[in-house]
Ligand binder design. Structure first.
Ligand code: MV4
Length: 453
């Protein structure tokens, strides 16, 4: 097992990883930017090193700075958390070259899944259902026009170097495709350094359901149930839950078998998530794979009774997977609400200083946060302040518990989206579980709708 892990992240996930290491008897190194010198994670780790100015491109994203911090502290592994360098194959390769274990999948998997068109092609070859669309990237505007005509509108253009909804364009008529293709290409080039696009039939009113998987370095893979993530706004998830409300046991079995085949087929190692879209007929299709621990991992931990961060560390250390392949059962129901520092009317990030903070407790309540009374939420990073995760025997119990928990949560000094969460939890469509990715459109003016870049 590792002796010392460097945590290449900040906020709640840095704390979550540091605490997991402490429980495993592993020493920890925190890194921080100048804006984070008083951050909670800095004070919890055994050592802390400043890696640069506030801007993440000058600190948390700067490979030489992170590697140097690991070298000078003699860390034998790096946990990248989510975001920042977590899915960066180049960074994982540098770690390898420096004999520092990257706690995540090998560069081969990061490269494969980071290229969304290649991931799609590979999954199709493995016998995993994908949405009708292009084979790999589309060569030209003319090819896009021809293919869209064959598949039928609406279609969606996606940046192969993108993911998570960034760089997508929905195209509803042949007249729109030429402009959409060119602007998507330009934007993709600017944002991801590659103009490559792929095309899919656009599925209206889909459910976004993802499967947590884990794999060891000896070829063993396990599925750990699904998470329903259809409550999103501008591709930022707001609420996640497990199990997915209306999924039958039969459909779940089929989904787990498919995710197992997908992960096994590519020789997946460490933890990951395979994302699927369910159409209105209940058919599901692979859309992309995320090669990191995700923000919403506590939902799975709650219903599965596993510690996914500890699993990640053990798997990276070469341990064999100690989980059954596809028949691990979820127990009860878990819901997570992401509390963001944002203006409740404009939904713009609203950083600032928290001058008072209080969370209620009780059985089945988990709060993952790095916030404390007096802490600053800097404007340089994402606006996540806390994750509130509840467990109930049934979905109705979990919803009731979440409403009670949020009603007694006090965060003073900054504006948050707690009121929005309470509205969603009271919404009939959320409560009956029929909600789809179109759900949040109802809460916002028309200009805010749909996939934007
Ligand atoms: C789609 C889709 C419909 N059809 N692809 C968004 C996140 C990224 N992982 C994939 N996403 C989608 N891909 C096809 N072929 C719908 C989504 C989608 C979505 C689209 C518009 C507005 C909100 C959305 C929320 C979740 C998923």
């Amino acid at each position: 097992m590792f002796k010392k892990v460097l945590v290449a992240n900040r906020g709640e996930i840095a704390l979550r990883i540091i605490w997991a290491c402490q429980e495993m008897g592993i020493k920890t190194v925190a890194v921080y930017s100048e804006a984070d010198k008083d951050a909670h994670h800095v004070h919890c780790a055994d050592e802390a090193i400043c890696i640069g100015p506030a801007r993440s491109t000058d600190s948390y994203l700067k490979v030489p700075n992170v590697i140097s911090a690991a070298e000078v502290t003699d860390a034998d592994a790096i946990h990248p958390g989510y975001g920042f360098l977590s899915e960066n194959a180049h960074f994982a390769e540098i770690c390898d070259a420096c004999k520092i274990k990257f706690i995540g999948p090998p560069p081969r998997i990061l490269n494969l899944m980071g290229d969304k068109a290649r991931a799609r092609e590979t999954m199709q070859k493995e016998g995993v259902p994908v949405i009708p669309g292009s084979k790999g990237v589309i060569a030209s505007e003319e090819a896009a026009m021809k293919l869209a005509g064959e598949i039928g509108y609406p279609v969606i253009l996606k940046a192969s170097g993108g993911g998570g909804g960034r760089g997508m364009r929905i195209v509803r008529t042949p007249e729109e495709i030429s402009v959409a293709f060119r602007t998507a290409q330009n934007e993709s080039e600017k944002a991801f350094g590659s103009p490559h696009l792929y095309l899919e039939k656009y599925i209206e009113g889909a459910k976004h359901i993802e499967v947590q998987i884990a794999g060891d370095e000896h070829g063993n893979v396990a599925t750990l149930g699904e998470r329903e993530c259809s409550v999103q706004r501008r591709h930022q998830k707001l609420i996640e839950e497990a199990p997915s409300p209306l999924l039958t046991d039969r459909a779940r079995k089929k989904l787990m078998k498919t995710a197992y085949r997908a992960a096994r087929g590519v020789g997946y190692a460490n933890v990951g998530t395979f994302e699927f879209l369910f159409d209105r007929e209940g058919h599901f299709y692979f859309i992309e794979a995320n090669t990191r621990i995700q923000v919403e991992h506590p939902v799975t931990e709650t219903v599965m009774g596993v510690d996914l961060i500890q699993e990640q560390i053990k798997l990276a250390a070469g341990e064999r997977l100690a989980l059954p392949a596809t028949d691990m059962r979820m127990r009860g129901h878990a819901i997570e609400c992401r509390i963001n520092a944002e203006d409740p009317d404009s939904f713009m990030p609203a950083p600032g200083t928290i001058n008072g903070l209080s969370f209620p407790g009780g059985p089945g309540v988990r709060i993952d946060t790095a916030a404390y009374s007096g802490c600053v939420i800097p404007p340089h990073y994402d606006s996540l302040v806390a994750k509130v995760i509840v467990a109930g025997k049934t979905r109705a119990d979990a919803i009731a518990k979440m409403r009670r928990t949020l009603e007694y949560t006090r965060i003073d000094g900054i504006r948050t989206n707690i009121s929005l969460h309470l509205k969603i939890l009271a919404d009939p469509e959320f409560r009956d579980g029929t909600y789809t990715t179109a759900f949040m459109d109802r809460y916002f003016p028309k200009r805010d709708r749909g996939a934007t870049f």
